[in-house]
Design a protein around this ligand. Sequence first.
Ligand code: GDP
Length: 298
Amino acid sequence: MFESLSERLSGVFDKLTKQGALSEADVSSALREVRVALLEADVSLPVARDFVKRVQEKAAGQAVTKSVTPGQQVVKIVHDELVHVLAGDEPEPGRLRVDNPPAPILMVGLQGSGKTTTTAKLAMRLAQREKKKVLMASLDTRRPAAMEQLQVLGLQIGVDVLPIVAGQTPIQIAKRAQSQAAMGGYDVYMLDTAGRLHIDDTLMDEVIQVRDACRPRETLLVVDGLTGQDALNVAEQFDGKVGVSGVILTRMDGDGRGGAALSMRAVTGKPIKFVGLGEKMDALEEFHAERVAGRILG
Ligand code: GDP
């Protein structure tokens, strides 16, 4: 993730830091290159534009051209702006509100986004790292294969899955998960909702009904990071209709550009909480803005 952006930016900043003194024209020309690099990384145009404008204003405000190490100072400003654009005011995005057991987590997203895989990855993480007792349930009543997939993953990672009962509606399953979680002393129960290939009213209505029935502590949207700008549209629509508390971007192992990740917070106002970096169950990483900004700037 971000490899190509990182390479482009290090080219720009190497030049800048090697140069001793900097004129305002040098800074402007470097920032033009930063803008191009962001756009090439598929960052949305308004986000790239605003980013460069903020850096420019800060650089002027701090009179970087008069400082002893002007190049480094510009890099520092870019770093801070990257953290801001990635995270807003959310310093610890991966921390989930899972107190007051049993805490429901609603997993939403389109079919094929990696929702079921991510549900299991997150369940494993909560169980192993945070020592939570986790129950998973699939609400995908239209796709028996998806329900079975969750059963298989549960066995694989040693996390309990609500038994499948034929003929139940998603709300009935959600209620059964809730009572089983309460009776069984679970800390968290995760509801893997049905996906569709495209957003439609039936999908949204179903998710809204489940949300109202179980009042989730977290509603996590799983989006395919490889879909770039489309990922932002999906996030805006889900957030507008259902309300999401955070985003998990999958397939970031296959995305050297990372534009969706860079634009998500600014475009949707929602924090990226985790990123999926592969098919394996442990390929889920907390999204730390500081760490990511550091990685981008090398
Ligand atoms: P769902 O339809 O949204 O539940 O999607 P699935 O969980 O079944 O995932 C679809 C495919 O994407 C599966 O083959 C997963 O192994 C794969 N997948 C999920 N997350 C990631 C990821 O972060 N990286 C990669 N490379 N593959 C992923």
